[in-house]
Design a protein around this ligand. Sequence first.
Ligand code: HEM
Ligand code: SF4
Length: 561
Amino acid sequence: MYQYNYADQTLVDERVAQFRDQTKRFLAGELPEEQFLPLRLQNGLYIQRYAPMLRIAIPYGLFASYQLRKLAEITRKYDKGYGHFTTRTNIQLNWPKLEDVPDILAELASVQMHAIQTSGNCIRNTTTDPYAGIHQEEIADPRPYCEIIRQWSTFHPEFAFLPRKFKIAVVGTANDRAATQVHDIGLHVKTNEAGELGFEVLVGGGLGRTPVIGKVINEFLPRQHLLSYLDAILRVYNLHGRRDNKYKARIKILVESMGGPAFAKLVNAEWEAHTKDGPLTLTEENFATASSFFTEPDYLSFDALQVQDDLQKQLDADKAFANWYNQNTVAHKVAGYRAVVISLKAGVVDGRYVPSGDVSESQMDALADLADTYSFGELRGTYQQNLVFADVQANQLYELWQQLTTLHLARANINTLTDMIVCPGWDYCSLANATTHNIAEQIEKQFDDLDYLYDLGEIRLNMSGCMNACAHHHTGDIGILGVDKKGEHWYQISLGGNSSNDAKIGKILGKAVPATDVAVTLQKILDVYLEQRVSNEQDVERFGDLVDRVGIAPFKEKVYG
Ligand code: HEM
Ligand code: SF4
């Protein structure tokens, strides 16, 4: 994990002191609202429907047990005892008091955390694959590059007031688990024929009211040019991006309006003329320094056959454990280890729906202890609003599962219909058109049979409460969008979206359905899938593949016919 040096700590501490003073002056009426606004946004603070909302950065989703304990303490002391993990691997607090925020930031700084650049029109948290560094198919670990980007983009004076927010995602495997194609910039680690490392560079992806898939503008950028090239992209965007209309200000609109090749040409011209081979050129020493923060933990060596044998016995003896193992654990490059996905989609617990991504303070404390015992004290956030223990010994999976089960953190639903990405919607967000949590609860109640979910196979269901698309509803196999119809909450459904390699925007099924009918409508859609999917001995046609093959007509017919 990256460790703060003296300069980092000083920078973050100074920022806390500045914000303390700004907040004091604002509360005393000495700083007008419009001047305070950009200052609070640069420190992750929004004002929402009922309370402020503080978004805390978790760089590339990686954090330590002591940081999670601090988050637990903060939510107990200053908030309502829980936090919300987001698709961009940050954590949000929904109820802080404005006057407490400087103290919260000071507490965060004591564990090398902050909320800098988590909102506002700047470069936001860089995200990556939750299996970075441990996946068998990895070309190279993307985290050192994320860290290099973090250092370059933090407080970058030229890019503090871009036309609009700016998000970068990096992946190191051919399989994209970070939705790079719907980011402002997506970077895919690659090697060229000579075996050198570099990146395929995509630009102009984004969802919101104008969903667009990113375009490749450079098929292989040698890695030493990473920052000089990113700098050139940002310069072109800063200069040509629209500032007259907030809804047309994202880089995707600029790239769409001029076309990928013309945009690439501008970037290359800027790069060649100003930034290429300049001071931003990265050296082998830079890469070695960044990589030194992501060294492998002290893995033990095992008798692989023995471990497998013991595990098999546990799997055979306990179906619930076997389900969890199949759904919630992932192969690891080191024999005898697996990654564990902790489902933050508990569904309805003790009669109460737990929103996707929410973790209570007691769960945070318990997870911190479990991370120390079972996964070298580290955790990761995922794009799907879950958490990951990346390095768990296979022979400890059973006991870890038992403990997670008592915490309601072992629901074996990863990648199933109820592993939903859900934005906060009307319950918190002042931009919302509709509630989302009550709809998610309705879906949870209708689809609570795990065997049915396993039969459906991998399905991504994403739900946003308005067209800002925070939950990426466009790229769900099934997307649900809350819309307002004369003050009532209705839900528009789309099918066939995808955020990974084969990224695409889903197609709208038809007119929106009322809140009462969402789960029954889903049932009809799933019935069509189950009736029409083609299976052979090896494979079952996946939901998205069926939509690609037959289109939305049969679904439309069933729902509206
Ligand atoms: C409740 C407070 C929130 C507010 C006010 C808010 C506001 C917004 C707005 C206005 C946009 C659109 C920006 C644009 O396209 O120019 C946006 C985008 C986004 N938000 Fe949120 N958001 C909130 C919470 C969340 C949460 C909880 C998540 C994750 C679960 C999230 C994830 C995202 C993502 C991934 C995008 C980018 C969508 C895209 O590609 O265009 N946001 N947010
Ligand atoms: S999608 Fe809309 S309702 Fe949901 S969090 Fe984003 S801005 Fe709010």
